[in-house]
Design a protein around this ligand. Sequence first.
Ligand code: TF8
Length: 334
Amino acid sequence: HSALKAAICLTTALVAAGPAMAEFQDRTFRVSNGINEDHPVNTGMKAMQACLDDATGGKMKMQGFWGGALGGDLQATQAVRSGLQEAVVTSSSPLVGMVPALGVFDLPFLFRTPEEAYAVMDGPFGDTLNEKLDEVGLINLGYWENGFRNMSNSQRPIKTWEDFEGMKVRVMQNNIFLDTFSNFGANATPMSFGEVFSALETKAIDAQENPYVTIDTSKFYEVQSYLSETKHAYTPFLFLFSKAIFNTYSPEEQQALRDCTIVGRDVERAAIQDLNQESLKKMEEAGLEFNTIDPAAQEEMLQKSQVVYEKHKDEIGADVVDQVQATLAEMRGN
Ligand code: TF8
């Protein structure tokens, strides 16, 4: 009679779920990633999928593509924008051509802690940027984490900004990063992420900058000798959905997507925080020489970078820069 009991339970569940489930259709959507499958974004996507299974009775399925298999950040985002592809997890930095206000995240040394970044992104300021993304056909379902960016290179430890002199540094396709590193005396070269490994390997470039977990999972450390903890920027991942496709979904489907992206975000952020030091340790064990930057040298880098703030403020939007700085000042109790 346990089979009968199970059948009764199942029937009750189906009846209970019946009206809601009618709002969900079978949908499979593609999520493009530049990073590899062993990055915590995948951990977050698994949690997001479990949440979607619950919320939609298993009707909504995500299919992750990794290592730029569907194109680099910019290319994949264009495809999402034009409705050819459903979703992309991308850095904000290559998208400043579409939404200049996103450049705020590229300003050197803006955030000091992940908690500051979370509070700004998940609050009203993040919503302001989401509205601007919406205007160009992109629904930002949530700010996931890439993280604080640090330097790797094949030449020497970076301890002060002067150590950048003449170094060939790959930067993202973003003028704020380009100017930040040029201003330090580096030979900054914009390049898409997919080209970085081989450019480092062939010594076409000496250096790149990314969070530890990305340097680890994308294997850049295999062709680098030095790691320097500059924490010169915190850049987020945006979980972008095609507005053209999103608009064809029912309100219930849209809500499930929004809610579950936030569930995934929290799991992903926690996974990165867990993995950060582990990735660093692994890379040191692989033979990379590691150094931190002393606070005075860090402060000097920040001061030296003020010209970058001045130069880019208008193009980001003076109101946007003022808003984030006011929010941070308030949080810091200044
Ligand atoms: C970069 C970004 C990348 C990501 C990802 C690979 O350096 O930091 O980590 O945007 O798509 O290009």
